[in-house]
Design a protein around this ligand. Structure first.
Ligand SMILES: [Zn+2]
Ligand SMILES: [Zn+2]
Length: 517
């Protein structure tokens, strides 16, 4: 029997889940000088003001507050709203892997890049351009990742930029792309850890041998990641299967791997300007890691090189493609616009904490562009008809479930027809195969899911299904969804990639997992 909590008619909601900083419920509710604990209290209470909630799935024996959508029972924290309810959940548009210059001299020779303009390690113009594009696209956070360099962090332009009416702002986050002839990694730091680029080199955040330098042995990657983790930073494996920069066949305890990436002119093995090669290969790399028992988040990386520089085409993946929608923990401290502008460095720190938290928890949805569909995934482990017990990125640990099976709900929001096809391919990936999905069905852009023995279609929402999975406490199982266009889209054939729900015995791999309820 279907729980029926999908019947709120929100399947056609367009773009509402790309909440900007201004519409983030926590943004306007945090006092400018509030302590972290006070902020937690004030912001949590503001996020549940849905007036459209049907509340049809109230847990037995509890009441639903019509204003907040929450039950009064002390033991039930799950809201009585559907997964992906944009009045309750805060998802923001975060763009990762952005180069403020297209020149590679500094990437190749970080210790001696030579004269300008080819020797530019970053450009202030590039920083500002990304922030302006962020505002134009309702994005909030930009991870700036110049190759083997952090000079951009210290430029006056590296600061939150407000919209013209000052109703919202976009923030650059302090990253770098550790770049060798082999693998590349996005390193993101919790604060301004170093005072200049030389200090970043000394700390090991930059590969001194440069983008054409060989890595002595694969252990080097793990050492860099350990160094970043010791500094409370995050490490993301970039484009792991790019033809000219291949990462070792190992997760190396990195926090994430780029699986949503635009085509790269240096990887154009198909001879055309649009190739799905990089993205598809990256997703295969990720599946092999998951198959091996590594809990590693999937993320999107734009790899946009501002200005194009010395490699034509690197500017091509324009801003707004290969997008991370990250689900924000609204208890984390945030800034309102005026505070954000008055304390740039503190704002960057706060926004970084929000982004890092989401990446570590795997609370990331990868979409091809901001207009793409959304795919929400949730599990009901206590049979109360609510599917927030574990969401994409979360783990269901043996001590958290007392049953030999559980229910999973998947809901597609904002299905977007196009590209000469009438359907998506909806792929379900799990631990049973390291190269292919477990099963897939064709989801019609108008009619939704077909009847299929793998699931039951929600009678109130043809774009939502529920299925039953066996729970095996000794195994390392997972389920994740990929929504694929039947034909090549503007970037690649993939519209949406969710992170997995992990279940069974993942041990320490689940240490950084944490559901919101
Ligand atoms: Zn790279
Ligand atoms: Zn790059």
């Amino acid at each position: 029997m279907l729980a029926g909590c999908g019947g709120d008619g929100s399947a056609t909601t367009s773009g509402a889940s790309t909440a900007t900083a201004s519409s983030d419920p926590s943004a306007g509710s945090t006092g400018s000088t509030g302590s972290a604990s006070a902020t937690t209290q004030s912001s949590v209470g503001t996020s549940g003001t849905s007036s459209t909630t049907t509340g049809g799935t109230t847990a037995a024996g509890s009441e639903t507050d019509p204003t907040t959508g929450e039950t009064t029972g002390p033991s039930e924290l799950e809201p009585a709203v559907d997964i992906g309810d944009t009045n309750r959940e805060v998802w923001i548009f975060m763009q990762s892997h952005l180069h403020t210059t297209g020149y590679h001299a500094c990437a190749n020779s970080p210790l001696d890049p030579g004269p300008l303009p080819e020797g530019a390690c970053y450009s202030a113009d590039g920083i500002t351009a990304f922030l302006q594009e962020a505002l134009d696209n309702d994005a909030s956070d930009m991870i700036i990742t110049d190759h083997n360099n952090v000079d951009a962090w210290f430029d006056p332009a590296f600061a939150p930029l407000p919209s013209q009416d000052k109703s919202r702002y976009a923030t650059p986050l302090r990253g770098t792309e550790w770049s060798s002839r082999g693998g590349h990694m996005t390193l993101l730091f919790p604060n301004e850890l170093v005072s200049d680029n030389d200090a970043a080199l000394d700390a090991g955040y930059i590969f001194a041998e440069g983008n054409k330098g060989d890595v002595d042995n694969d252990g080097v990657y793990g050492e860099v990641i350990d160094t970043v983790h010791a500094a409370d930073g995050v490490a993301i494996i970039n484009h792991p299967e790019l033809a000219i920069h291949v990462f070792p066949e190992d997760a190396m305890h990195a926090d994430a791997v780029e699986v949503g990436i635009p085509p790269n002119p240096l990887d154009d093995i198909e001879g055309g300007s649009i190739s799905a090669h990089s993205s598809a290969e990256a997703r295969r790399f990720w599946q092999r890691r998951l198959f091996m028992g590594d809990r590693i988040a999937g993320t999107a990386g734009a790899d946009h090189h501002h200005g194009g520089g010395d490699i034509p085409g690197l500017e091509a993946p324009t801003f707004g493609t290969a997008v991370n929608l990250i689900r924000v923990d609204t208890s984390l401290a945030d800034s309102d616009v005026m505070e954000a502008l008055s304390d740039p460095s503190g704002t960057i720190d706060r926004r970084t904490a929000i982004v890092m938290d989401a990446v570590r928890r795997g609370h990331v949805m990868i979409v091809e562009d901001v207009d793409a569909a959304r795919v929400y995934l949730g599990a009901d482990t206590d049979s109360d008809g609510r599917f927030h017990d574990a969401r994409a990125g979360d783990c269901i640990l043996p001590e958290e479930i007392d049953a030999d099976e559980f229910r999973v709900r998947v809901r597609i929001d904002n299905p977007s027809p196009g590209f000469g096809s009438n359907h998506y391919n909806f792929e379900v990936w799990d631990e049973t195969d390291d190269a292919d999905p477990r099963w897939y069905v064709e989801v019609d852009y108008d009619a939704g899911f077909p009847a299929d023995p793998n699931y039951e279609v929600d009678p109130d929402d043809p774009f939502a299904i529920e299925l039953t999975l066996d729970y095996e406490p000794q195994e390392t199982n997972f389920i994740r969804i990929v929504l694929v266009h039947d034909s090549l889209g503007p970037i690649n054939d993939t519209d949406v990639v969710t992170n997995p729900i992990y279940y069974g015995d993942w041990g320490a791999e689940c240490d950084t997992a944490s559901p919101l309820y």
